[in-house]
Ligand binder design. Structure first.
Ligand SMILES: Nc1ncnc2c1ncn2[C@@H]1O[C@H](COP(=O)(O)OP(=O)(O)OP(=O)(O)O)[C@@H](O)[C@H]1O
Length: 359
């Protein structure tokens, strides 16, 4: 599955741009400030509804315009095609898929599983635990359609219990929400453990192909004490949580601690080591996605030469071409990224002052 057509309207520097990417490697080449990252941002908005650079969509909308629009066509191996599109602006978001309006952005995300490596990607390790939970959620969202429903139900029940704690409502009210939290929370934990079990052998196999990460391991903490069920943990924490006004235990507090030779990568690794570790995690995730779903994810690397040195670049693109992923990489000069990987198809696009042309 690959993105075979992309059209961008009123996004950052682009008033309008169109390109026909190939299923293999797509090189986005251009000088600084020409619009390379904006092009990748356009694909990200289409697939996820969000930018990877900012949470403020008004910064992404072309100056002087009211909203942006990105449309795309996804082609499957048997030539089946599906059209998708998104409009975003001050008045909200509207998504379309195969000629109908979607109820939620996640419908578009399912069609276009996307991974991106960009200058802030190290935040997967150095950022708050929520970053690592989203990492797990990405894998499960694409593998297990029911997972997101359970997660949403858990979040609703969590908000209700927090509200009840703040209002100091009686235990009988809290118990009702706790039953729901316990049932959904235990289930989320099982899904996450299962996902990490699938990820581990791929991660270990890939570990030795990248420099600097041989001794890397993880420890999953589920968000409440091992050996105790979540219902009991919530009941015993009630008094303390009443004074705090929020729930301290559950999968919303889960953490994935990454270590190398016993040392926390978040605390002590260099930025470069963190980037390699993130690359290892992301590539493992893409490989497991392919194993389980039979579909390849789309992978983008913004400013590849500054994100990864020559050895890591080669390893990453070899691996991704082996998985038959569609890849977009940006760089200032073509020679920095040419000749890497073994691709069935390759195309270069030149970007200059907000216009794109095929080379
Ligand atoms: N909302 C906007 N409307 C119009 N232009 C914008 C908007 N936001 C950013 N720009 C401009 O878009 C241009 C392209 O930025 P972008 O970050 O995509 O370039 P790039 O090719 O990735 O650059 P670099 O190689 O320096 O990272 C910049 O000149 C920037 O000033």
């Amino acid at each position: 599955m690959s993105l075979s057509r992309l059209e961008i309207f009123n996004l950052r520097i682009f008033a309008r741009a169109r390109l026909d990417p190939v299923p293999g490697l797509n090189l986005i080449i251009g000088p600084n400030a020409s619009g390379k990252t904006s092009l990748l941002e356009g694909i990200h908005v289409l697939a996820t509804g969000r930018s990877f650079r900012t949470t403020r969509i008004e910064h992404v909308v072309h100056r002087g315009s009211r909203e942006l629009m990105v449309t795309g066509q996804v082609t499957y191996p048997h030539s089946e095609k599906i059209r998708m599109g998104i409009r975003k602006g001050a008045s909200g978001t509207r998504g379309r898929l195969a000629g109908r309006t979607v109820r939620s952005q996640s419908e578009l995300a399912r069609v276009l599983p996307l991974q991106v490596i960009h200058p802030d990607s190290h935040e997967l390790l150095s950022g708050p635990p929520a970053e690592r939970r989203s990492f797990l959620d990405w894998g499960l969202f694409h593998e297990k359609p029911e997972y997101m429903k359970i997660l949403q139900g858990y979040r609703r029940a969590l908000n209700q219990r927090n509200e009840a704690l703040r209002r100091d409502l009686p235990n009988s009210v809290l118990r009702g929400w706790e039953r729901e939290l316990a049932e959904r929370g235990e289930s989320l934990d099982n899904y996450r453990r299962g996902y990490l079990e699938r990820l581990w052998p791929v991660f270990v196999g890939l570990r030795w192909q990248l420099p600097d990460v041989e001794g890397m391991t993880w420890e999953y903490r589920r968000g409440w004490k091992e050996g105790v069920n979540l219902g009991e943990a919530l009941a015993s924490a009630r008094d303390r949580e009443r004074s705090l006004g929020y729930t301290l235990m559950g999968p919303h507090r889960a953490e994935l601690v990454l270590r190398r030779d016993g040392v926390s990568l978040a605390m002590q690794a260099s930025r470069g080591q963190q980037k390699t570790a993130v690359l290892l995690l992301r590539l493992s995730q893409v490989a497991v996605h392919r194993q389980v779903t039979g579909r390849s994810a789309v992978v983008m690397v913004d400013d590849l030469p500054s994100e990864l040195d020559a050895e890591r670049r080669e390893a990453a693109l070899d691996f991704l071409s082996g998985l038959e992923c569609q890849v977009f990489v940006s760089a200032i000069e073509a020679k920095q990224v040419q000749g890497l990987g073994n691709w069935s198809s390759q195309r270069m696009f030149h970007v200059e002052h907000g216009s794109v042309r095929e080379a």
